[in-house]
Design a protein around this ligand. Structure first.
Ligand code: PMP
Length: 397
């Protein structure tokens, strides 16, 4: 088929889309008519949103908005180029200092997104000749980073440190080794056993990369993330996380020793060869970090809401994963049924998406419920009632 033949190409795309639709795997993002929040407008109706990673409601916080507006007025809309080309603007510098202070590390480096950070970070850490051991349920951006690195890539069973150890033990001698895991798993809401992983890393002379996208701002006494939760901040020298979830904005960070950060500036291609994030997003993240430190009550409300919804769903008879976080996946099974459940929920006033393969393994399609600090008890009760009705309609409970 000639590549220039548009008719053929269109036919090919349509056929692929039909194939996805037949298997209930077609994705069509819903259009919102409002800002994100505990309640959003879809098709002219107000529905309770149980789908966002804006765990602390900071995406619409007036202080973040003000910081973004002020930075835009002062520094403009765009950064102009990669920081290696046109220099670092004050908001980026301020954000990296604030992140290092918050995390208690020597340095920090900001990337345009978590996806970009992982694509740059992993190949900077390891290359062909090295070996990567990754949890089976690692985020797609970690898997893609692993593939891009050219290192030999093995998966260990989800959160199974015995399996990880058996793979490490059988590894050929003197191979550079990297263990890769999410801190909190994005589609399961459960946590990686970081204390055990840190012990194995020390025993087998491996480096560890934790992706704390979902733990940042949520886990740990002070919201520093899953490393704080497990008490391993001093044992795992660097990690990454994102600014687009509990911190309400966009972007990602790597924190660690100053030499490591300087090394990344010179080797992480997704930092070197892309335009720096907008000054507004960096300034908004600085404001978000300040709120994390000064308003711990947001985290307390988040955890109270999480308990409310989790116990309510369990009491109704739904099956959840071993979640210990504000991500509460309700397991359904086949993609078709998960889609039907999401549609019923929407009819009953709740927007929570069906998560299907390839995002999750086949046969484990689910409704990924997330809760935030900003949902009221009344909204959560209304959401549980919607789950009860939808679950009964479909014979799930
Ligand atoms: N890592 C994990 C665990 C994630 O869940 C996500 C986003 N869903 C990312 C990385 C990518 O982050 P970003 O959205 O900033 O690209």
């Amino acid at each position: 088929m000639a590549l220039t033949d548009d008719t053929d190409r269109d036919g090919q795309f349509t056929a692929q889309l039909r194939h996805l639709e037949r298997h209930h795997l077609l994705r069509q993002p819903k259009s919102l008519e409002s800002a994100t929040g505990p309640v959003v407008s879809i098709d002219g109706r107000q529905v309770i949103l149980l789908a966002s990673n804006d765990y602390l409601g900071l995406a619409t916080h007036p202080r973040l908005i003000q910081a973004a507006v002020q930075a835009t007025e002062t520094f403009g809309v765009g950064a102009g180029a990669s920081r290696l080309v046109s220099g670092t603007l004050p908001p980026h510098k301020e954000l990296e200092s604030a992140l290092a202070r918050f995390k208690g590390t020597e340095g920090a480096l900001v990337f345009g997104s978590g996806y970009l950070a992982n694509l740059g970070l992993i190949p900077a850490l390891i290359g062909s000749g090295g070996m990567i051991f990754a949890d089976r349920l690692c985020h797609a951006s970690l898997i893609d980073g692993c593939r891009l690195s050219g290192a030999e890539f093995r998966v260990f069973r989800h959160r199974d440190v015995s399996h990880l150890e058996s793979l490490l033990r059988r590894r050929p001698a003197r191979r550079r080794t990297l263990i890769v895991t999410d801190g909190l798993f994005s589609m399961d809401g459960d946590a990686a056993p970081l204390s055990d992983i840190a012990i194995l890393a020390e025993r087998y002379d491996a480096q560890v990369l934790v992706d704390d996208a979902h733990g940042t701002g949520v886990m740990g006494e002070r919201g520093r993330g899953t490393l704080e939760h497990w008490g391993v901040e001093s044992r795992i020298p660097f990690h990454m996380g994102t600014l687009g979830k509990a911190l309400g904005g966009i972007g990602a960070y790597v924190v660690g020793p100053a030499s490591f950060i300087a090394y990344l500036i010179n080797t992480a291609r997704s930092f070197m060869f892309t335009t720096a994030p907008p000054p507004a997003s960096a300034a908004a993240s600085v404001a978000a970090l300040a709120i994390l430190e000064t308003e711990p009550e947001r985290r307390a409300r988040l955890w109270a809401n999480r308990r409310h919804l989790f116990s309510g769903l369990r009491t109704l008879g739904f099956t959840t994963t071993d979640s210990l976080s504000p991500i509460i996946p309700v397991l359904i099974g086949e993609a078709e049924r998960a889609l039907a459940m999401a549609e019923k929920l929407l009819e009953h006033g709740v927007y929570a998406p069906a998560i299907r393969p390839p995002t999750v393994p086949k046969g484990t399609s689910r409704i990924r419920v997330t809760v935030t600090s900003e949902h009221t008890s009344e909204q959560l009760d209304a959401a549980l009632e919607a789950f009860r009705k939808a679950g009964k309609d479909l014979g799930l409970i």
